[in-house]
Design a protein around this ligand. Structure first.
Ligand SMILES: [Zn+2]
Length: 241
C-alpha cells in the first residue's frame, strides 16, 4: 500500500508548519532552544511572512565581485538575478500581506520564546474551555484582527508591526486549528532523537513515527548498520578470545 512519504510538514499549510518549527525549538531537557534572530527569520520564512532582507555577507561579496570583475562574471550575474527575483517575490508577498515584518534582532528572541511557551501551554491544556480562553487571550495580547487582502482572501493581521506580532498573526490562528482534541491527539514528535520535529500525523493508521521521508530513511539506515554491527560482534564472539 502506498503511504504518505513526502515531508508531512510541507504538506501542511505554512502556518501549521511554522508553528511546529517554533514549538520544536523547545526540546525537553534543553532549556530555551531559541537563541538567534536567524531562527526567527527561518520561522517567518516557513510561515510565509514577508520579512525585511537581512544584511547578507554572501550578497555583499557577490555584489563586490560584480563591481570588481564586471556584470558578466558568471556566478555574480546569476546570484544577482536570483536576488532580484527574491526581492520581487518579497514585494508581492508584502503587498498581499499588507506589511513587511522587520528584520529580527536579538531583542526579538525573548518575546518570541514567550509566544512559543504560551502556544505550547495552550495546546497542552486538556480543558477545552480553558484552552479556548488561553488562545483567545493571545489574540487580544498580540492585537490580532481579522482582515482581507487585495485578492479577497481572509487574513489575520497584527496591530503592531514588530517581529513577535507578525509571527503571532500566523501562529496563533495555526494553534487554533489544533484546538479540537482529535487534531491535537495527532501531534507527534519525530522518533528520530536528533530531529525531534513536531508534525501532524495525517496517515489513516495514525502510526506515523517520523516527520519526513529523510528521517524515516535515516532511521532505517541506522537499524541496518546496527544489525550489521551486531552480526560482526557475534562473528568475533565465535573466534578465539
Ligand atoms: Zn524528523
Amino acid at each position: 500500500m502506498l503511504s504518505v512519504t513526502a515531508d508531512s510538514n510541507s504538506e501542511q499549510e505554512p502556518g501549521l508548519a511554522a508553528l511546529f518549527a517554533l514549538l520544536s525549538t523547545s526540546i525537553p531537557g534543553i532549556p530555551e532552544g531559541l537563541h538567534y534572530p536567524r531562527q526567527l527569520r527561518r520561522i517567518a520564512g516557513v510561515a510565509g511572512v514577508p520579512i525585511e532582507p537581512e544584511y547578507d555577507l554572501d550578497a555583499y561579496l557577490a555584489d563586490l565581485r560584480k563591481r570588481l570583475y564586471g556584470a558578466d562574471a558568471g556566478d555574480a550575474a546569476g546570484e544577482g538575478e536570483s536576488a532580484d527575483a527574491e526581492r520581487e517575490d518579497e514585494g508581492a508577498a508584502a503587498a498581499q500581506w499588507g506589511m513587511l515584518c522587520p528584520s529580527p534582532v536579538e531583542a526579538d528572541v525573548e518575546p518570541v520564546a514567550d509566544l512559543r511557551d504560551g502556544l505550547a501551554a495552550a495546546l497542552a491544556e486538556p480543558d477545552g474551555a480553558r484552552r479556548a480562553e488561553m488562545l483567545n487571550e493571545m489574540s487580544r495580547q498580540y492585537g490580532l484582527f481579522p482582515a482581507v487582502d487585495d485578492e479577497g482572501r481572509p487574513r489575520v493581521l497584527p496591530t503592531r508591526v514588530d517581529v513577535v506580532s507578525c509571527l503571532a498573526a500566523v501562529l496563533v490562528p495555526a494553534a487554533m486549528l489544533l484546538a479540537p482534541a482529535e487534531r491535537r491527539e495527532r501531534m507527534r514528535t519525530c522518533a528520530d532523537l536528533e530531529c525531534g520535529t513536531l508534525f501532524l500525523d495525517r496517515t489513516h493508521s495514525a502510526r506515523r513515527r517520523y516527520c519526513s521521508a529523510k528521517c524515516t530513511s535515516r532511521a532505517s539506515t541506522r537499524r541496518h548498520r546496527e544489525r550489521r554491527a551486531g552480526t560482526a560482534t557475534e562473528g568475533r564472539g565465535l573466534g578465539p578470545g
